[in-house]
Design a protein around this ligand. Structure first.
Ligand SMILES: Nc1ncnc2c1ncn2[C@@H]1O[C@H](COP(=O)(O)OP(=O)(O)OP(=O)(O)O)[C@@H](O)[C@H]1O
Length: 310
């Protein structure tokens, strides 16, 4: 089951460089949240702060009710075990098979037998769709498969919270769609709380319950997906519509160009933008827990619509 994370008044600087100064948000237990923002706005720093790898200058991070900014190192260890982290580059050891890479956290942190480790690894390998590839080296498989292996490793300790740093970076649109579906499926199967950092607006629109936007040292907005996608807030509209007019200037030129390019492909007609697309649902064969049943029910066409369509 997922744990809630409550962040209040978080600030972080490196020397004179302010990364962000007053970030507050709650990641609801068991839900999927996405964090958007141009490069360099401190999304990875935020993930590292949530796991206690970086200490904030101010503010609190409560994980299942415990403020990790006040914990000692040995107490932090217990809280960290609640997390599974999928790093940006997969962070797999190049000389180890996928099996050994995925087994790594369990071998490091537990004294389980090899037979038990094999059972656990094969379960996760199956969950991420890598059955048959477990003896390959990371260099022998595609980028999409490496991402899946990174996810399998993040899941090994049955985490209550899964953090994914750009699970879709460097993948073609079809592989991005597969990874998005996988994240939805894993959320339905594990009930864990997911936070995903991404630049991919298409998946940000269809995967999460909640979306946040970091820009220029601030969390511009964080809330339910529908609220953000239909927001009239100028900065949100500008970001989602990829327009140059608006409060967001061109200081981060390269990032703005990148974001615009993505958005221009996906959100031409602004009327379409205002109607959130349907959410991705867990795939066939996945038993939907009540919260996913509810999401599916809410977005199913009503009987009246079905009759009108017939
Ligand atoms: N350990 C560190 N020491 C000093 N500066 C750092 C450190 N880690 C990150 N930074 C700086 O903090 C800023 C935010 O970095 P971060 O990697 O979190 O951005 P990001 O939003 O994740 O970017 P991207 O989308 O490119 O991954 C950057 O300017 C980076 O150089």
């Amino acid at each position: 089951m997922g744990a809630e994370i409550r962040v209040e008044g978080l600030a972080k600087s490196f020397g004179r460089q302010v990364v962000w100064r007053d970030v507050s948000l709650t990641l609801p237990a068991g839900e999927i949240s996405v964090l958007l923002g141009p490069s360099g706005t401190g999304k990875s720093v935020f993930l590292k702060t949530l796991v206690g790898l970086l200490k904030p200058d101010r503010g609190s991070v409560s994980v299942a009710g415990r403020d990790i900014t006040r914990l000692r190192e040995h107490e932090l260890y217990d809280v960290r075990r609640m997390f599974g982290v999928m790093f940006q580059d997969g962070a797999l050891f190049g000389s180890m098979s996928l099996f050994d890479n995925i087994a790594f956290p369990v071998r490091e942190h537990t004294h389980k037998s090899e037979a038990e480790i094999r059972r656990m690894v094969m379960e996760k390998v199956d969950m991420v769709g890598l059955l048959g590839a477990e003896e390959k080296l990371p260099g022998e498989i595609s980028g999409g498969m490496r991402k899946r292996a990174g996810l399998a490793r993040a899941l090994m300790m049955d985490p209550q919270i899964v953090l994914c740093d750009e699970p879709d970076s460097g993948l073609d649109p079809v592989r991005v769609a597969y990874i998005s579906q996988l994240i939805v499926d894993l959320n339905a199967r594990t009930g864990a709380t997911f936070l995903i950092v991404t630049h991919d607006i298409a998946s940000a629109r269809t995967v999460p319950d909640n979306i946040g936007l970091l820009f220029r040292r601030e969390l511009v907005l964080f809330g339910p997906r529908e609220q953000l996608l239909t927001s009239d807030e100028a900065v949100v509209r500008q970001f989602l519509d990829g327009r140059t007019e608006g409060p967001i200037g061109m200081a981060e030129e390269k990032d703005a160009a990148l974001v615009e390019e993505e958005l221009a492909r996906l959100t031409d007609a602004s009327s379409e933008v205002r109607t959130p697309p349907p959410r991705l649902l867990p795939g066939p064969g996945i038993t939907r827990p009540p919260r996913w049943e509810e999401i599916a029910r809410r977005q199913a066409p009503s009987p009246a619509h079905q009759e009108a369509d017939a």
